[in-house]
Design a protein around this ligand. Structure first.
Ligand code: NAD
Ligand code: UDP
Length: 311
């Protein structure tokens, strides 16, 4: 059935892939974005589609709109961009969630929140299941993002309990792929751009910290499966690729793939940088019949091809 779907943050990295996927699935898509970290290039191929609409709007302000489903992705995601204006970051997560939940409540629409593995903070439990409640430094430089996202999850569950809003909460782990901003400071984009240009590769700390990287197509598939699941499936559900890698190993892999002459340089580790991160994805496997299919080498190849066209 054709649905009218609102995607907030639709001009960003994940949002642009999601808009494309939803249009391909035959839906009408309304993309709302204030272009803080989004990019018109990401959605340029969609603008000629009559079933795609673009609204420049900040989600911290109320919006009147009639839709069947909402994917709430609006929020800067890279540490440098969410730390640029931390107060606005928290407002985007918290007030943005309230505004979107109010639309869902009024329209009886289903609403999905793009939450994050950052709700686990610097985790003491490894790997992280959804039952783990996290370890966030509430006064640190990542808290504007982490606590904003945690509060958004609380709002989702209170709208569910208090107003019967049909909610879905996805905890997204590090995702990469084409349409990432090459200069937003995230590790995959930094390393690929540096290796392509033959510049030094910047390892923060000793590089032994780990992450688990999911290719964007897999992640988008997980988001759509979660939205399409039964109303009883509210989440939170971890979505990510459980293959864990250290930043040193990631740098080496990218150097090898690109046959780059770049060398490693060591920079200070940012405050509260999580030491390790890896999702437990049993819930997504069991309830959504979802698991990632694209391995890191294949995903990095596709991402490198994209970056070659833009840097
Ligand atoms: P992104 O920065 O590329 O996209 C975010 C989009 O939201 C941008 O287009 C930006 O302009 C828009 N935006 C920001 N503030 C807004 C506001 N107040 N009003 C309207 N639009 C606003 O980031 P992304 O990687 O595509 O992340 C999308 C969502 O997924 C975010 O909510 C992020 O927290 C979440 N997430 C992403 C990852 C990841 O690895 N990519 C991991 C965990 C969670
Ligand atoms: N990182 C790094 N060099 C860079 C950028 C990031 O070593 O040029 C490290 C960063 O300190 C962190 C990891 O890579 O440990 C992932 O960073 P990113 O900003 O991509 O995501 P997040 O920390 O939010 O998982």
């Amino acid at each position: 059935m054709k649905k009218r779907v609102l995607v907030t943050g639709g001009a960003g990295f994940l949002g642009s892939h999601l808009c494309k996927r939803l249009l391909n699935d035959g839906h009408e898509v309304i993309c709302v974005d204030n272009f803080f970290t989004g990019n018109k290039q990401n959605i340029l191929p969609l603008l000629s589609n009559p079933f795609f609409e673009l609204i420049r709007h900040d989600v911290t302000l109320p919006l009147q709109i009639e839709v069947d489903e909402i994917y709430n992705l609006a929020c800067p995601a890279s540490p440098p961009s969410y730390q640029f204006d931390p107060v606005q970051t928290t407002k985007t997560s918290v007030i943005g969630a309230i505004n979107m939940l109010d639309i869902a409540r009024r329209c009886k629409a289903k609403i999905l929140q793009a939450s994050t593995s950052e709700v686990y903070g610097d985790p003491e439990i490894h790997p992280q299941p959804e039952t783990y409640r996290g370890s966030v430094n509430t006064t640190g430089i990542r808290a504007c993002y982490d606590e904003g996202k945690r509060c958004a999850e609380t709002l989702f569950f209170d709208y569910f309990r208090q107003y019967n809003v049909r909610i879905k909460v996805a905890r997204i782990f590090n995702t990469y792929g084409p349409n990432m901003d090459p200069y937003d400071g995230r590790v995959v984009s930094n390393f690929i751009v540096q290796a392509l240009k033959g510049e030094d590769i910047t390892i923060y700390g000793d590089g032994k910290q780990s992450r688990s990287f999911c290719y964007v197509d897999d992640l988008i598939d997980g988001l759509v499966k979660l939205m399409e699941s039964e109303d009883t499936v509210t989440g939170p559900v971890n979505l990510g690729n459980p293959t864990e890698i250290t930043m040193l190993a990631l740098a080496q892999k990218i150097i090898t793939l690109l046959k780059s002459h770049s060398t490693l340089v060591y920079k200070p580790l940012p405050q509260d940088d999580p030491l390790q991160r890896k999702p437990v994805i049993e819930l997504a496997k069991n309830v959504l019949n979802w698991e990632p299919r694209i391995c890191l080498e294949v995903g990095l190849d596709k991402t490198i091809e994209y970056f070659k066209t833009i840097v």
